[in-house]
Ligand binder design. Structure first.
Ligand SMILES: [Fe+2]
Length: 337
């Protein structure tokens, strides 16, 4: 081992000597071509100068690498802080809808896709916001839990507080559905026990500020629309005479399946606002619509004349962080002014 180390050292020294010799020869040749005599002192100074320059070059290179590393670290830390801060800063989006079926205005507050996120202890900040908005009804459009996680106290604690503000109507999303149907957990019973009205392919007739309002909940994803009697429910719901408010987790229903109906107001979630939102381009991705989704946020009139509101939601799936996409509370004022 020791011999090998000595061999390596002497080989390095040999290379260094050869390099110096070559540099010396090149220097003498350059002087001769310029008709200048090479002195021993001149050669020594020349070689010393060369070594000093090479050393400075190496130091400069190391400094640049260190600066790049520090800059990358600072950028990552800054981005992380920005993401954490943004994911905890609530935003309220207000929309107004005019309807000739409504005489006296009313306010709907929508929450969606919480995914067990907490804004303050027991979601006190979220509850405070909803309370201040003073809604006539609160609607929840699913995915408040995380599937395969049986601890849903964040959802039940929130619901228990919301029912103290006003009536709450809840439709399940894919995360509740997986736990309820595939895993046979008691999530549905726990939600119902909080006092919210859970609508599963069913509807309820309400009197809100003197208006006849039918609130329906369509539970299943588009591919299971027929399997779980979706068409039968929609037929009955739409046959009612009054303002139709449909809660359905999946906005994809309005890219074909439900475009034959004219629904006064449909409220959806599921898209998480496209997760990452870029200026001009908008939301980048949604699980069921892929890249550059069509229906991922805001209020719009779709083919068939339905007004559809898609909430960007309040949380995420835990894999890709939301960027430029604050958690959103949606307010829809119907004939408010
Ligand atoms: Fe979701």
């Amino acid at each position: 081992m020791r011999d090998r180390h000595s061999d390596l050292k002497s080989s390095k020294e040999q290379k260094k000597k050869t390099r110096s010799k070559k540099e010396e020869e090149a220097y003498i040749a350059a002087l001769q071509s310029a008709d200048i005599e090479a002195t021993e002192e001149g050669i020594r100074k020349y070689l010393l100068d060369r070594r000093r320059k090479a050393q400075m070059k190496r130091r400069r290179r190391l400094l640049v690498i260190a600066i790049i590393f520090v800059a990358i670290d600072l950028m990552v830390i800054g981005l992380w802080h920005y993401i954490v801060q943004e994911e905890n800063t609530l935003e309220v989006s207000f929309y107004h809808l005019s309807s000739d079926k409504v005489d006296s205005g009313f306010r709907i507050v929508q929450l969606s896709d919480l995914h067990l996120h907490e804004f303050g202890e027991k979601n006190s900040e979220l509850v405070e916001w909803v309370s201040r908005l003073d809604p006539d009804i609160i609607v929840i459009t699913g995915d408040m839990n995380m599937h395969y996680n049986d601890d849903v106290h964040v959802v039940t604690e929130l619901c228990e507080q919301l029912v103290q503000i006003t009536k709450v109507y809840y439709v399940m999303g894919n995360h509740e559905w997986v736990d309820h149907i595939d895993r046979h957990t008691d999530i549905r019973d726990k939600i119902v026990a909080t006092g919210v009205t859970l609508l599963h392919n069913s509807y309820i007739g309400l009197e809100i500020n003197g208006n006849r309002v039918f609130v329906g909940g369509l539970t299943n994803e588009v591919s299971n629309y027929d399997k779980y009697s979706g068409p039968k429910f929609m037929e009955k719901f739409m046959a009612e005479d009054g303002f139709h408010l449909l809660l359905v987790h999946y906005p994809e229903y309005f890219l074909g399946k439900l475009n034959d109906y004219t629904i006064d107001l449909a409220m959806c979630g599921h898209t998480h606002g496209g997760v990452v939102r870029l200026p001009i381009i908008g939301g980048l991705f949604s699980s069921d619509q892929g890249f550059l989704p069509k229906l991922y946020e805001g209020m719009q009139t779709v083919d068939g004349g339905s007004t559809v509101v898609v909430s960007r939601g309040l949380g995420g799936d835990g894999y890709i962080p939301r960027i430029n996409n604050n958690p959103e509370i949606v307010v829809v004022d119907v004939n408010w002014y």
